[in-house]
Design a protein around this ligand. Sequence first.
Ligand SMILES: Cc1cc2nc3c(=O)[nH]c(=O)nc-3n(C[C@H](O)[C@H](O)[C@H](O)COP(=O)(O)OP(=O)(O)OC[C@H]3O[C@@H](n4cnc5c(N)ncnc54)[C@H](O)[C@@H]3O)c2cc1C
Length: 577
Amino acid sequence: MGSDGNETPAVGAVLGARPDQAATVLVDLPDWATAEDVAVAWPALGDEQIDAFGRFGEERTVATGEILYRQEDSDFAMYVVLQGRVQIIDDYGGAQEHPTVEYGPRGFVGEYNLLTGQASYMTAVAVETARLIEIPRGRLRQLMAQEETLSELVLRALLRRRAALIGLSSGLRIIGSSYSASARRLLEFTTRNQIPHSWVDVERDAAAEAILRDFAVAPDQTPVVTWGSQVLKNPSNADLARLLGFAPAPEPTRVVDVLVVGAGPAGLAASVYGASEGLSTLTLENAAVGGQAGTSTRIENYLGFPAGLSGADLTARAALQAAKFGAQTAVPAEAARLEPGAGVNLVHLSDGTQVGARAVVIATGARYRRLAVDGLADLESTGVYYAATLAEALRHVGHVVAVVGGGNSAGQAAIFLAAHTRHVYVLIRRDDLTATMSRYLTDQIARHPNVEVLARTEVTALHGDGELRGLTVADGRNESRRDLDARALFVFIGADPHTEWLNGTLAVDRSGFVLTGQDVPGPGESGLRRLPLETSASGVFAAGDVRSGSIKRVASAVGEGAMAVRLVHEHLARPLT
Ligand SMILES: Cc1cc2nc3c(=O)[nH]c(=O)nc-3n(C[C@H](O)[C@H](O)[C@H](O)COP(=O)(O)OP(=O)(O)OC[C@H]3O[C@@H](n4cnc5c(N)ncnc54)[C@H](O)[C@@H]3O)c2cc1C
């Protein structure tokens, strides 16, 4: 086909109609995968869609056995199958080699990393002579920018394929002991960054010894990460990021217009709006793009998504959008110190490098305090919550629920939930609520027939698999235990801001959250009006959960990130003093 696609008959039109043959999944998909997920992940392309792909690629014929790309390849392409078959193979050439998906005519071969710029997790091999359209990565980016409907189809498919890959435990292999802090660090980094991986526990997995022998690694050299033919002994998160082709660390000499610290919803919004409005924008992220929101399995209260969406989907889309506008994101990159200055602020990273910025947006968020109970993480967002909005309440109409905490946010949640649910237990460690909750709330709680305070009580166990089915609580006065038939647990025991790295450079409130705008005591530097969201240092802004008085919602964090960029423009237009 010519690149203009007009000289020859439309490719789609000569394929024939066997849309059900576009792809066959050859492995057992994770339990969560519905028929709809499969249809979204491996769609059969229509004639017009194939023609549109054709405008961005070149036709090519490959022989049986030819490799289109390999695991670890950092530069690979997308392929639309016109004729023949292509298989996606996990651990190609290794002991665990197996095909995962087979594509036929109308299928398109590719994985999510085509969009992120990272290396491929799988190997693609033609299993019979195949006629394909090859769309190199750069051209795919153009397609994503120009073909609105097709780009949505591709994005949705690649996101679902990534989720399936993660569920299949494909990709990297981490071998170590569950008692090792380094192994746990690697697992957290890979999980939070949506990196497909499998975990081999040397304490429990009978195969571990043989695998280590194959790679000539002694047990005391664990944890190790294997990736294709490569073996990394106890790599740092940065080593792993480099191996997988994450964006390189920022150049130390650079001065950017806006440096965003933290890539949760607030930081991602600042990156998208900063870059799209022509500012050179760099974002530093210590752990994983997406922040706390990225760990939420279902966000039901984000504007415009009535059916809800997963935090991973929302933040992956935002990260791609930021990259599309030219924002750079460095992961892992930990801000370790801020040095405000007239004209240029310096942020020192924990690896010893530093970045200069005309304006800084601090979006490092807060860590919600969690209960130390087994199985908590598995139930977060399905039965354990850190917010009580109508979305959660409607999910538990008629249920018994429990609220943990004795502060005003716990009290407000209890009264609100009592209107929708059958019974609300308020679990507190103290004898009563008087010292920690406002009088108007304690009065309402005392009067409410559906709210019951259990004093000196702590949660000791959660029951349920995927959904919360009940709790065990212990009474601290007599050690007695009791089961509560609660189907939801709302945790309001506070949050700690990620501000330790600021080390006193900026004014903060009593709990360490960054003060902004009119809340900052004293006049602005050189008598300038302090802008909203501006901290005690001129040109340094704070957005999202890290800001004192913030609302602690995804939508408000996004709003503040966008607003911060508007204020950065105002700051940059001010005369230098
Ligand atoms: C399980 C769970 C479910 C939730 N569900 C909902 C919901 O359904 N709806 C809703 O509205 N809200 C929900 N929330 C709250 C919501 O996620 C937060 O309000 C939101 O993520 C705040 O965004 P943020 O960008 O301010 O901070 P965060 O999301 O916390 O992001 C901050 C980022 O900064 C990074 N960082 C920290 N320190 C540094 C440093 N020194 N250098 C570099 N990077 C750093 C962190 O690694 C993190 O990625 C939920 C929270 C949790 C924990």
